[in-house]
Ligand binder design. Structure first.
Ligand SMILES: CC(C)(COP(=O)(O)OP(=O)(O)OC[C@H]1O[C@@H](n2cnc3c(N)ncnc32)[C@H](O)[C@@H]1OP(=O)(O)O)[C@@H](O)C(=O)NCCC(=O)NCCS
Length: 448
């Protein structure tokens, strides 16, 4: 059977596997801390989420799962006719409430373990069963008296036993942590589970923290999903929105060394879509800028070829062999999104005539009309300005209007440097466009 005869579903699967494979490799051996809000555990999609967690274990991700119990505890208090007293964002935990908190945590924990047993039975990961461990990893102290109200057994995190957790990750597939901590006096305290997940991620130096809740995704003023935020942007949003527990935790985690925090709304498949597709489906808060523009290196050759080969095949760009690209790589700049090359372009200076050719500009089709082309062009012009060149020119068959929109004007073949004119391909019949570099050419606009 050849692929063209495969049905649409098969083709989609093959494509998905190919697109996902770099992420599988990147995630293998990494440590993720996943917070599951109590609402998520109670949701109908929970069995699917557990299945996806077992898939992550299967590709070699080390997982720490911290679960919440808020709705479960609230339901138990209501059933017992006991008041649910809040002081600001914190629950007042008296002795009776603490017993319900322990019971709720135990019930959720056993529920998760049972779901794992089921998930690995229907999709086994080899011959050894999936192992989940729990333990006394969290030390706590009383939160104390706030505005005159004694919070009693509501606690704060005192210390996380990172050594114990990381050593358990060597022998188990998952470390499961409930929102309870113990004090040296032998008491138990109820903790906020999301804060706990964040502190665990910081202490064990996790690669990622995934906060999965039933809350609506973060949207901008126009209602579009906020896909990515740098820590600086997240802090600005924090100032605008006031108290936002997810954002607060994401910022804290990133500030204290966790590479990335993902805010996710629990839906079927959310983990796979977030972790194995380039744009994801949640909000990513990253301590590094998500997009990057920089000079290309030899490692970028593969990514650039992926971008330009379809355009070469369509006759839009002039063909360059891998060897030629490798020797000319220093002329190229690339725009990266989440480590993948989404745009490239090159600058070839002709120093004696104080000019340079801009060539090979390509933006991946899915990322066009987002300003990457303009950004790249500005960066190449800034490179030319830094070399004290006076003009740049381009030869194009299909993007003349785009270059005109960026300030280029029709030029004559005769204005090109002699050595470039000699290589002009009359069959391609490209249009020549030129631009004089001014004082503003040295600045690059911010990433879109
Ligand atoms: C031309 C190209 C680099 C533009 O990249 P981009 O990131 O989409 O561009 P920007 O987001 O900065 O600008 C988008 C605007 O340019 C317009 N545009 C894109 N390609 C165009 C073209 N070939 N001709 C005229 N206008 C074009 C879009 O319609 C959009 O304008 P609008 O929002 O007013 O409708 C990209 O379309 C591409 O890779 N094309 C194929 C390769 C190519 O032709 N390269 C140039 C040869 S050197």
């Amino acid at each position: 059977m050849n692929i063209s005869s495969a049905n649409a579903e098969d083709r989609a699967f093959v494509r998905w596997m190919r697109d996902a494979s770099p992420y599988m490799r990147a995630h293998r051996g990494q440590t993720f801390v996943i917070y599951l809000a109590g609402e998520v555990v109670a949701d109908l999609v929970f069995p699917q989420i557990i299945q996806d967690l077992t898939l992550l274990c299967g590709i070699g991700v080390r997982l720490v799962v911290v679960h919440g119990t808020r709705p479960q505890l609230t339901a138990r208090l209501a059933a017992a006719g006991q008041a649910n007293i809040l002081q600001g964002h914190l629950r007042v935990t008296d002795a009776a409430c603490l017993e319900h908190a322990k019971a709720a945590a135990a019930a959720v924990r056993f529920g998760i373990e049972a779901q794992y047993a089921h998930a690995t039975r229907i999709r086994p990961l080899g011959t050894t069963p999936l192992r989940i461990v729990s333990g006394n990893y969290v030390m706590a102290r009383p939160a104390g008296v706030i505005e005159g109200i004694d919070l009693q057994f509501t606690g704060e995190i005192r210390r996380i036993d990172a050594v114990a957790i990381t050593s358990q990750l060597q022998i188990a597939d998952i470390v499961l942590i409930s929102p309870l901590g113990y004090s040296p006096t032998g008491e138990t305290f109820s903790l906020n589970a999301m804060d706990l997940a964040t502190e665990v991620a910081i202490e064990i130096k996790a690669n990622k923290l995934l906060l999965m809740t039933g809350e609506a995704p973060l949207r901008d003023d126009k209602g579009a999903l906020r896909r990515q935020l740098t820590v600086r942007e997240a802090r600005e949003l924090q100032r605008e929105t006031g108290h936002h527990r997810q954002l607060n935790n994401a910022v804290r985690a990133c500030q204290f060394g966790v590479g990335r925090t993902h805010l996710l709304n629990a839906t079927d498949g959310v983990l796979l879509l977030e972790l194995f597709t380039r744009d994801g489906v949640g909000t990513l808060i990253s301590s590094m800028p998500f997009d990057q523009i920089r000079p290309a290196t030899i490692e970028d050759v593969g990514g650039i070829l992926d971008l330009i080969e379809p355009l070469e095949a369509a006759g839009i760009l002039v063909k360059r062999s891998r060897e030629k690209l490798e020797t000319e790589i220093d002329h190229f700049m690339v725009v990266l999104r989440d480590g993948a090359t989404v745009a490239c372009g090159a600058l070839y200076p002709f120093l004696p005539t104080a000019t340079a050719e801009i060539a090979g500009i390509a933006v991946e089709p899915a990322y066009r009309r987002h300003g990457f082309g303009k950004l790249l062009l500005a960066a190449l012009e800034a490179r030319a300005a830094a070399l004290d060149l006076r003009t740049v020119f381009v030869l194009t068959t299909q993007a003349a209007h785009w270059f005109q929109d960026q300030g280029y004007a029709r030029g004559a073949l005769e204005t090109l440097p002699g050595e470039r004119r000699a290589l002009y391909n009359f069959q391609r019949n490209s249009q020549v466009l030129t631009k004089a570099l001014g004082a503003d050419s040295a600045s690059i606009p911010p990433l879109p």
